[in-house]
Design a protein around this ligand. Structure first.
Ligand code: COA
Ligand code: AMP
Length: 636
């Protein structure tokens, strides 16, 4: 790649932050508007910024209808590939539009209108994509909940979003078992103070759900005689398209609001420029629709771009083997794929020499993108050597909706440096700050922050909670968004993201809150207090570990303690979900704290990881920490 192209990109990024309205005004032309915005950025109420405030559009129209109108009716839009059920199906743009318009009609007939919420709790089946786009079609706000979450987590989201309708399925299919979703949904609705009017249930072959009073059968509702398709409802660019809950440090999830216009523009721009995928090409993002990566890069971005997207119901290994990804690439002529480092580590473990890679024709594949957690240099090197294509780290968060930093392969490829997601992308003025809010020199670690305004597509606020938006993200440094990640920038401007500076866990690319795991543990009658820390794991990046102090009047022998520890592991599985992957609970005498009562999770984590521990001078009782060291190091 030429140095000119690289300098050109750096100049574009610089211009996009000095003149955001100029850059994003031009990019707005990538979507079809019902009313084109005359104003690009409303910055009259800092720290609240709004993109395209007077624009009107429909995101579903942009993802489906316009492609059908412009000659893509018979092109594949969605390829459903499900090794766990041994099924698959390709939907053209015309077919997907038909399903979406019909399900939008179903929702409308159930009384769902513009601004109403619909919770979607579905496995990786086409109905998930259909339901999301159907909401977008009628201006309803979807909130997808990851299928691996247990009833308490689902209940918290139902209570906060107050949906009129919940869309779910009889079951999900995991490699080891069929997971009954409906009893979990029933339990969540029972726990939630808010009750949806209806639950629409997709009955799957693997398990029939028992239907209750408020339950309706997806297949019956979708019969062409039963429903008239719904037309697109124009919405304001700043109207919410969805709310996606993500984990903070407390047990209460944060409802990340995504607007409509800014998101459609940013994703459209990113698909071709950052990911290098052109209309008509096939793209495979192996995430889950329950996460932001799935929202943006399984559903919205590829369809907005007129590409073909693969919806994969399976795992990187074991369904049936570590060659599944490569089979999909070969079968569908995938040009670029997106996964998580943990998935590649799982593949590497099963197929270290890459024999299953060799066994497939991967000549269509130009790039592998990885995100969701830090991409460790070993995994990067292995994938690079085995695949012989650029392996591109990209860093972002549920909050931002699209990459903050990546190698912009659609424009030009910068030299890849292991451990770095390369450069901040357009619209993101990324700065690394010290405790006083001063920018640190190159090579020095600090808090990674983004100067306001954030670009289009990022969160304008939290669902019905402006105050929490400000206190969580904007109050640490005036005029900056706090990412919660720490890291540094090198002499070439490359960013290195080293990990969270708060207590958010990242388990196999899944973001989890210490708070929700701790709440589940603390709910046990024998537990006085507890702490959860994320410790290093060779496969999952991090796994949680729990330390539990029992109530003074609980006196157990060794056998009973072991039984209680197992019970607590099960409790977290039941309350938070299997995905939390908590395997180890230790009953201990006391937890190390500061004099003001803050539990020293970071210090404990450092000890568990075998790092040099930073013990704050404000520690209340050093003896407590010393006593815990062997447990943390796994010596006891
Ligand atoms: N519905 C129900 N249960 C689910 C689930 C879902 N959607 N997703 C995961 N689970 C369950 C699993 O069945 C498993 O249960 P088990 O303890 O009974 O075996 C548990 O949650 C943990 O699952 P998982 O995180 O998938 O771990 P694993 O050990 O089964 O597999 C990997 C390890 C690395 C293969 C897997 O974590 C993986 O594919 N990671 C990639 C994640 C990813 O793409 N993240 C998106 C970020 S961009
Ligand atoms: P989520 O909101 O679930 O996408 O999780 C976002 C968090 O995952 C970030 O704040 C980071 O801590 C971590 N993360 C995601 N992508 C990367 C990456 N490429 N490098 C380092 N950390 C990452």
């Amino acid at each position: 790649m030429s140095d000119d192209a690289r300098q050109g990109y750096r100049d574009t990024v610089a211009a996009s932050v000095t003149d955001p309205a100029g850059f994003w005004g031009e990019a707005a032309g990538l979507v079809d508007w019902v009313r084109a915005p005359r104003q690009v950025l409303d910055d009259s109420r800092p720290p609240f910024y709004r993109w395209y405030p007077d624009g009107r559009l429909n995101v579903c129209f942009n993802a489906l209808d316009r492609h059908v109108v412009h000659g893509r009716a018979d092109q594949a839009a969605l390829v459903y590939d499900s090794p766990v059920t041994g099924t698959g199906r390709t939907y053209t743009y015309a077919e997907l539009l038909d399903l979406v318009a019909r399900f939008a009609g179903v929702l409308r007939d159930l009384g769902v209108g513009k601004g109403d919420r619909v919770v979607i709790y579905l496995p990786m089946i086409p109905e998930a994509v259909v339901a999301m786009l159907a909401c977008a079609r009628i201006g309803a706000v979807h909130s997808v909940v990851f299928g691996g979450f247990a009833p308490a987590e689902l209940a918290a989201r139902i209570e906060d979003a107050r949906p009129k309708v919940v869309v779910s399925a009889s079951c999900g299919v995991e490699p080891s078992r069929v997971v009954a979703y409906k009893p979990m949904l029933d339990e969540a609705v029972r726990r939630s103070e808010h009750k949806p009017d209806h639950c629409v249930i997709v009955q799957r072959e693997q398990l029939q759900a028992e239907m209750g009073e408020r339950d309706l059968d997806w297949a019956q509702l979708m019969h062409p005689d039963a429903v008239a398709p719904a037309a697109c409802v124009p919405v304001g660019a700043t109207d919410p398209l969805y709310v996606l809950y993500t984990s903070g440090t407390t047990g209460r999830p944060k409802g990340i609001v995504r607007d409509s216009g800014g998101y459609a523009v940013a994703l459209s721009w990113s698909m071709t420029n950052l990911f290098g995928v052109q209309p008509g090409e096939t793209w495979f993002c192996a995430s889950d629709v329950g996460w932001v990566v799935g929202h943006s890069y399984i559903v919205y971005a590829p369809l907005l771009a007129g590409a073909t997207t693969v919806l994969f119901e399976g795992k990187p290994v074991g369904t049936p083997d570590a060659g599944t990804y490569w089979r999909i690439v070969e079968e569908h002529d995938v040009v670029a794929m997106f996964s998580a480092p943990t998935a590649i580590r799982a593949v590497k473990k099963q197929d270290p020499r890459g024999e299953l890679i060799e066994a497939h024709d991967l000549s269509s594949l130009r790039t592998l993108f990885l995100a969701g957690e830090r991409l460790d240099p070993d995994t990067w090197q292995w994938a690079t050597d085995r695949l012989g294509i650029p392996v591109v780290d990209n860093w972002w968060q549920t909050e931002t909706g699209w990459p903050i930093a990546t190698n912009p392969v659609g424009i030009t490829l910068f030299d890849l440096k292991p451990g770095s997601p390369t450069l901040p992308t357009v619209g993101y003025d990324v700065q690394v700050l010290d405790e006083r809010g001063e920018q640190v020199p190159a090579g020095t670690e600090g808090a990674i922050c983004i100067r306001l305004p954030l670009p289009p597509g990022t969160l304008p606020t939290l669902w019905e909670d402006d105050e929490r938006y400000v206190s969580s993200y904007l109050s640490a440094y005036d005029g900056y968004y706090l990412t919660g990640d720490g890291g540094y920038v090198d002499e070439d401007g490359y960013l290195y993201v080293m990990g969270r500076t708060d207590d958010v866990l990242n388990v196999a690319g899944h973001r989890l809150s210490t708070g929700s795991l701790e709440e589940a543990l603390a709910g046990h009658p024998a537990v006085a207090e507890c702490a959860v820390i994320g410790v290093r794991d060779a496969l999952k990046g991090q796994v949680p570990r729990a330390l539990v102090v029992l109530k003074a009047d609980v006196d157990l022998d060794a056998g009973a303690i072991a039984a209680l520890e197992a019970e607590l592991v099960q409790r977290v599985r039941d309350e938070v979900g299997a995905v939390a992957a908590l395997r180890r609970v230790d009953v201990v005498e006391a937890l190390p704290k500061t004099r003001s009562g803050k539990i020293l999770r970071r210090t404990m984590r450092q000890i568990a990881d075998g790092q040099e521990a930073q013990v704050p001078s404000t520690i209340e009782d050093r003896g407590v920490l010393d006593a815990l060291e062997p447990v943390l190091r796994g010596e006891e």
